[in-house]
Design a protein around this ligand. Sequence first.
Ligand code: CO
Length: 198
Amino acid sequence: MTAIDHLFKNNRVWAEKIKQEDPTFFKSLSEQQNPEYLWIGCSDSRVPANELLGMQPGEVFVHRNIANQVIHTDLNCLSVIQYAVEILHVKHIIVCGHYGCGGVQASLDTESYGLIDNWLRHIEDVYRFHQEKLDAINNDKEKVNVLCELNVIEQVANVSNTTILRNAWKNKQDIKVHGFVYNLHDGILKNLDVSVPN
Ligand code: CO
């Protein structure tokens, strides 16, 4: 048995379990997807979109990257948003960060982590926008967590300012953008109440 054989074993068990609950599940899902939600979250292995929302395959369209960022020149993220909005017609876009995010934390220290330093530079910009507020926090953990929230709020603004969302709203498309933060310690999502339109 190789080191990855158990993955295929787990997969068979999973597929069998779903088929037992609903014999037509894979057949109907293979014919179309109709998710109402686009999730833009952190790549962190502890923040799995479907599981924490209690959602089945087919219910949420997902984009994840380190520290859940929406960068205006990132064709990967923009393509996901465009497809979700214009083709799938999702009703909600959720930007979800999480407290204790390693990417956010790394952006605060002076250590170099290689190529990713460039990606995290965007969070340093968020820091600079809110420097006075953040510098007033003495507790390092709390500072990271406040920056995690501010980063989500910034990314909600970035999604809302894409040409994709601007056009969707101009065309009266029913779609909202939301900002959530996930707590690794208790599995609970917090709504930051920064939805656009509110
Ligand atoms: Co993270």
